[in-house]
Design a protein around this ligand. Structure first.
Ligand code: PGA
Length: 258
């Protein structure tokens, strides 16, 4: 269904990516302090943390956090964008606006957007196209609910999310997929290692060669070794644990060298 398209720069080596999704947390003072702590970790690692590092603060903090992280090697991303470049869309933010603030990534189709804001796969597809128009890499979130998994529909749900949400112009360089089982987000529950490996293999068979596939859902320093050690897992999308600089950095240390 999805064309293999142009082979991206991550084709040969899929550089691991650890991304922090701060969600709706932090005032300017908090965001600046967290960013400074991450910058210090990056400096202590000599600017080579062993994987690509990304933080996605709330839109209100992008400018502050971007300023603190400038030159640190840590990338900046948004948590959502509108499909259109500009216009009469009160309260929305375009991908071009994110790029203007120094973002290189944007999280799209997160379950909190799908379930809390009624975003359909078709809506998400428009946003992914908007991200690409602005030169951003789209981190497309997919995942099944607990009821869907129990009904044996997990692969079918994730497959249809991929089929509808990914525009035809996809390349491995412009897309990252984050597999986040809805029931594992913010709950302390994680999918079994076998389920993660199985679903990542399914996603890999439906995306261009070289596409990075992250796992997300209650990743923390204790379970990161087992999850990030899987060859099928190219990194993590971290929510709660990304709000603590030491925990977030510890998760990164679990990325095996490639
Ligand atoms: P969590 O969130 O790590 O707090 O489970 C992950 C996410 O929603 O991206």
């Amino acid at each position: 269904m999805i064309g293999t398209g142009q082979r991206g720069r991550n084709m040969a080596i899929r550089t691991k990516l650890v991304a922090g999704n701060w969600k709706m947390n932090g005032l300017r003072e908090d965001g600046a302090a967290l960013a400074r702590a991450l910058r210090d970790h990056a400096a202590a690692a000599g600017g080579k943390p062993g994987c690509e590092v990304l933080v996605c603060p709330p839109a209100t903090l992008l400018s502050t956090v971007g300023g603190v992280l400038a030159g640190s090697g840590i990338a900046l991303g948004g948590q959502d964008c509108h499909a259109a470049p500009k216009g009469a869309y009160t309260g929305d933010i375009s991908a071009e606006m994110l790029a203007d603030l120094g973002c290189t990534y944007v999280i799209l189709g997160h379950s909190e957007r799908r379930h809390g804001h009624g975003e359909t796969n078709a809506v998400v597809r428009g946003k992914v196209a908007g991200a690409w128009r602005a030169g951003l890499v789209a981190i497309l979130c997919v995942g099944e609910t607990q009821a869907q998994r129990q009904a044996g529909e997990a692969v079918e749900i994730v497959s249809s999310q991929l089929a509808v949400s990914i525009p035809d112009a996809v390349t491995a360089a412009s897309l990252v997929v984050a597999y986040e089982p809805v029931w594992a987000i913010g709950t302390g529950l994680t999918a079994t290692i076998a389920d993660i490996a199985g679903m990542h293999a399914e996603i890999r068979s439906r995306t261009p060669p070289g596409t990075r596939i992250l796992y997300g859902g209650s990743v923390n320093p204790k379970n990161a070794d087992a999850i990030l050690g899987l060859p099928e897992v190219d990194g993590a999308l971290v929510g709660g644990a990304s709000l603590n600089a030491d925990d977030f950095w510890a998760i990164m240390q679990s990325c095996p060298a490639r």
